[in-house]
Design a protein around this ligand. Structure first.
Ligand code: KG4
Ligand code: ZN
Length: 361
């Protein structure tokens, strides 16, 4: 199947054409990051307006690339993110996709953004050799979504079936990076800049920030094991106290302390993520760990997860950098495998801002 995928759940307006769930023929991403930068985070109203302005151009460009590269070939379906994400942003993509599916006379398929992140390692560009075997050949896998809004460990007993087995009780990993960068005046988004600065710290005198363990007595969502959950709010507070005690971000900067602080902070997040991953793999050995989401770009996290996987005889699957952030290719690709909301059901569906992994129909 050849599918056009549309993604507008947060701050990227994106469209792509993917063949048979893996081969990316066309891929266009317009990022709004420069627009949100001055505010230190995504402003939903601005995001929605920018999606409205750009979606026609972005989808048109993806279709033009597809027709130029595959003359005479036709689309079989249009796929779109229906959640989770910002409601006013999701609505723009859904409406555009409904219109496109209707005008092209093809099926509409609605896709869960988090599940799509877990498909990104399997994407490859036309003319390239795939990096990994087909997902349906892997057997049961463990998934880890680490993005700006989510941190979930997901059991995948067979490809296309998802069950959350662990998650954050408060901030997502990406959010923890973004909030720390804001506090330290390092800019937005925080993950890439912290990743870069942390690499410049060569010492081993790490600040002992809390390791993301939920405090005793904090209620964990029903059905989830406490040792499969993380909490990053204590870490954020510990950083705030550290900065205040040091006399503020500028004082830390003047003392040349920023690299040590961010390396220590990053280490706490990475340890928490690797630790829960190890717990999950020890409890239920899996031959593959599939990681998706913007935070999976983090070099230190990749190294820690590789170590964890080596110890558990598990193969690590991570996406090419360009498919780690939000994109339309992951939406088009997963739609080949996951067609639970298609046809009439898809036309009837509304944006679902708090959709969970494995949620929906
Ligand atoms: O998946 P994504 O592009 O969007 C969401 O669906 O949320 O993830 C964005 C998040 C941001 O919080 C950003 O700071 C984080 O991914 N991020 C990183 C890195 N690159 C992006 N976090 C840590 N290290 C990075 N290199
Ligand atoms: Zn995302």
């Amino acid at each position: 199947m050849t599918i056009l995928g549309i993604e507008t759940s947060c701050d990227e307006t994106a469209a792509a054409v993917v063949k048979d769930g893996r081969e990316v023929v066309a891929n266009v991403v317009y990022t709004q990051i420069p627009m949100h930068k001055p505010y230190g985070g995504v402003v939903p109203e601005l995001a929605s307006r920018a999606h409205i302005e750009k979606i026609g151009e972005v989808a048109g460009e993806a279709l033009a690339q597809f027709h130029a590269r595959r003359p005479g070939e036709k689309l079989d379906a249009v796929a779109v993110t229906y959640g989770p994400g910002l409601a006013p942003a999701l609505i723009v993509g859904l409406n555009a996709a409904k219109g496109l599916a209707h005008s092209q006379g093809v099926e509409l398929i609605c896709i869960n953004h988090l599940e799509a992140h877990l498909h990104t390692p399997f994407l490859y560009d036309s003319g390239e050799e795939p990096q990994y075997p087909a997902p349906e050949s892997l057997g049961p896998c463990l998934g880890l979504v680490v993005s700006g809004g989510h941190t979930n460990w997901v059991d995948i007993p067979e490809y296309g079936r998802y069950e959350t087995i662990g998650q954050t009780l408060d901030d997502a990993a990406g959010e923890a990076f973004d909030k720390a960068a804001k506090l330290l005046d390092l800019g937005y988004p925080g993950g890439p800049v912290i990743d870069k600065i942390a690499r410049t710290y060569t010492g081993d005198d790490f600040i002992p920030f809390p390791q993301g363990r939920p405090r005793d007595g904090v209620s964990v969502l029903s059905g989830l094991a406490a040792d499969m959950c993380v909490s990053f709010s204590g870490l954020k507070t510990a950083l705030l106290r550290y900065v205040q005690k040091a006399g503020g971000a500028q004082a830390l900067e003047a003392a040349g302390e920023i690299p040590r602080v961010v390396a220590s902070y990053q280490k706490a997040i990475v340890r928490a993520l690797a630790d829960r991953t190890a717990t999950a793999l020890k409890r239920n050995p899996r031959s593959a760990l599939i990681v998706g989401g913007g935070v999976s770009l983090n070099a230190s996290l990749r190294a820690a997860l590789q170590k964890t996987c080596d110890k558990c005889s598990t193969r690590l699957f991570v996406a090419k950098p360009k498919y780690c952030g939000d994109n339309g290719a992951m939406i088009a690709a997963l739609a080949h495998y996951r067609r639970n909301i298609a046809g009439r059901d898809a036309f009837a569906i509304d944006a679902t801002p708090s959709l969970e992994v494995g949620g929906g129909k």
